[in-house]
Design a protein around this ligand. Structure first.
Ligand code: SF4
Length: 432
């Protein structure tokens, strides 16, 4: 038994809660158990109770043992002055009192717990797998799971958008530069995200915007900063042209070359090699040089239908200055573009709208999000095998958020699916 479980029991009223009596034998009726408080102070705020002949509105504190009220010093703490009920598993020696000495009504629920809830809770806690409820997931009805995934997808988007807003604040609201950095980190992928960020921090975004009409100039800026154009011998006319442009731009803007930047190539397809990704990023910035170009879904639709391509030079080069045996256009696949939208452009759009006073994405943008194909990865496959399948990108993001923030942290008591399973389905969609 722990306090989190007891709070869950109170929140979901998973105990025999009719005909309750307080410690001093007054009738107690729960009209509303209140809102769980994750900050300092009592565990539940704004509960509504009928005690005896009177209706009360105030806070509720939950403890395993009644004496914890005193051990935690609540009898000396003014924050507990408006506590209207002390809920305990086991009775303490003395009744709880407030700072002014008045008694707090107390109820013991140790003998009233629903045995099924306790068993299901123990079963989930004992399962140490990545998804403790894996064997039961398929029994939760989709009409219950889907609104929960939708909420989690919104939470995930909010977290990403908040990260962008923190970066924006640190940059003194330089939207262009943060847009550039977020894109860079995405194009760098898991292995090269930080290196790409370092490259991009050397180049003020205003320079990119100024030269955006000529893709090869953006390529020269990115490849030059990354050190590709500092080699002694460059034979191909395109390589020489890039070097000339770079030499001019570097002396004009005083950009530092990152000679020893650790760019990685391990286990990558050639189309994901760092210089190819920098060239594809150049194509993106050439076509979309303003962060505000993605406020409408039509822009994303356009992006999806026109893959990003590295310059023609890379078609017969496997790496910079290294000729390929099998020429191939180095362009982005549909999955790369979808994830670019989900991981960068949607959060960025959310952050922009947030700063303009709109706390949610517009409906047409959300609708577009739902129209995207779901991401296939280890997590979505794990849920699919357990009976929960993402039907679109939004649901897949909800699953990823659920897994990382609830399943792995064993937060089943806070999860709507966990509540459904532990209460044996006695919870409605409105309670999510
Ligand atoms: S957090 Fe939710 S989905 Fe994850 S294991 Fe627990 S109950 Fe299942």
């Amino acid at each position: 038994m722990n306090e989190d479980f007891l709070q869950f029991v109170w929140r979901t009223l998973s105990f025999r809660h009719t005909h309750l009596k307080t410690r001093d034998r007054q009738m107690l009726k729960i009209l509303d158990p209140g809102i769980q408080n994750t900050d300092q102070g009592p565990d539940f705020l704004d509960a509504r109770l009928r005690i005896g002949a009177h209706e009360w509105c105030g806070h509720v504190e939950v403890h395993i043992h009644g004496d914890e009220w005193f051990r935690h010093g609540h009898h000396r703490d003014p924050m507990y002055n408006t506590t209207i009920l002390h809920v305990v598993f086991e009775k303490g020696k003395l009744p709880a009192v407030r700072l002014d000495g008045t008694k707090v009504p107390e109820v013991w629920i140790g003998t009233l717990l629903d045995a099924g809830v306790r068993q299901r809770y123990d079963a989930l806690r004992k399962n140490m797998g990545d998804i403790p409820c894996q064997s039961l997931l398929g029994t939760v009805p989709p009409e219950f799971v889907k609104p929960w995934l939708e909420k989690l997808a919104r939470d995930r988007l909010f977290v990403k958008s908040e990260d962008i807003r923190v970066r924006l604040k640190e940059s003194k609201w330089d939207w262009g530069q943060i847009y550039f950095e977020q894109l860079g980190a995405y194009f760098g992928g898991n292995l090269n995200a930080e290196s790409f960020r370092s490259i991009i921090r050397q180049i003020p975004f205003v320079r990119i915007r100024r030269h955006h009409e000529r893709k090869e100039l953006i390529e020269a800026l990115l490849l030059g900063t990354a050190g590709y154009l500092s080699r002694k011998v460059l034979l191909h006319p395109y390589e020489q042209m890039l070097r000339e442009e770079w030499n001019y731009l570097q002396s004009l803007y005083k950009i530092e070359v990152l000679q020893d930047i650790p760019l990685k190539y391990m286990r990558m397809r050639p189309s994901a090699f760092p210089e190819i990704r920098l060239a594809q990023l150049s194509d993106f910035l050439h076509r979309y040089p303003e962060p505000g170009m993605f406020l409408e879904p039509e822009a994303w639709q356009k992006l999806l239908s026109h893959p990003l391509s590295a310059s023609a030079y890379f078609t017969d080069h496997v790496r910079f200055a290294q000729v390929s045996d099998s020429p191939r256009l180095k362009s982005t696949g549909p999955e790369f573009l979808r994830l670019l939208i989900i991981n960068v452009l949607l959060p960025f759009t959310h952050a922009m709208q947030w700063e303009h006073g709109h706390k949610q994405l517009k409906d047409d943008v959300w609708f577009f999000y739902h129209s995207l194909i779901p991401e296939q990865n280890r997590i979505t496959r794990l849920f699919h095998q357990s009976g929960v399948e993402a039907e679109d990108a939004c649901e897949a993001q909800g699953i990823i958020h659920l897994y990382k923030n609830y399943c792995l942290k064993k937060r089943c008591l806070d999860c709507a699916i966990g509540k459904y399973l532990m209460t044996g389905g006695r919870i409605s969609v409105q309670d999510i």
